[in-house]
Design a protein around this ligand. Structure first.
Ligand code: ZN
Ligand code: ZN
Length: 170
């Protein structure tokens, strides 16, 4: 039996049913790296990057994915996640940009929101459950259905204090 190709080894470590990206430039679901990661505490967010052994050395998984789709990364450029998820290796979410652009895009509340994988009520932002609102943000279909049924899924049970329950019962 022959050894699997690098592309096959790579694909085996990718979950292509990740959350749908918040960003218009990054269509479809994120492809999440499920293999090993390298600690990047020195980086701005102290997050982890996927790592992949290729041709006898360790490469960052998203850089490998970018190069498989687009060819070598141009000198001086970094591979940016347009979806703002560092564990994503979907080549359609990756773009070679300079360091300043990469840093600017990685900050701010929109970037923080994009890293969330679930709605405030705990439903997954996957392809089947996500649609885009008029403000461009991700919306949860399960919550929309609940609102249509007149249910309120967002209020934690703890906020239903005794007076509230009495009013409801009356
Ligand atoms: Zn992505
Ligand atoms: Zn929801």
């Amino acid at each position: 039996m022959s050894r699997p190709t690098a592309a096959k080894r790579f694909a085996a470590k990718v979950n292509t049913a990740g959350p749908v990206s918040l960003y218009r430039g990054a269509p479809g679901p994120c492809h999440l790296w499920t293999g090993g990661t390298v600690d990047d505490r020195a980086g701005q967010f102290g997050e982890h990057y996927g790592k992949f052994w290729h041709a006898g050395r360790m490469v960052r998984a998203h850089r490998y994915a970018y190069e498989q789709a687009n060819g070598p990364i141009p000198d001086g450029l970094e591979v940016d996640h347009k979806c703002r998820r560092r564990d994503c290796v979907n080549e359609r979410h990756l773009e070679a940009v300079d360091h300043r652009t990469n840093t600017l895009r990685s900050t701010g509340p929109t970037a923080a929101n994009a890293r969330k994988t679930h709605c405030p009520a705990g439903h997954a932002y996957d392809a089947a459950n996500t649609y885009r609102g008029s403000d461009g943000g991700r919306k949860c279909r399960a919550c929309k259905r609940a609102r249509a049924r007149g249910e309120q899924h967002l209020a934690p049970v703890a906020t239903l204090t005794a007076p509230t329950l009495e009013r409801t019962a009356a």
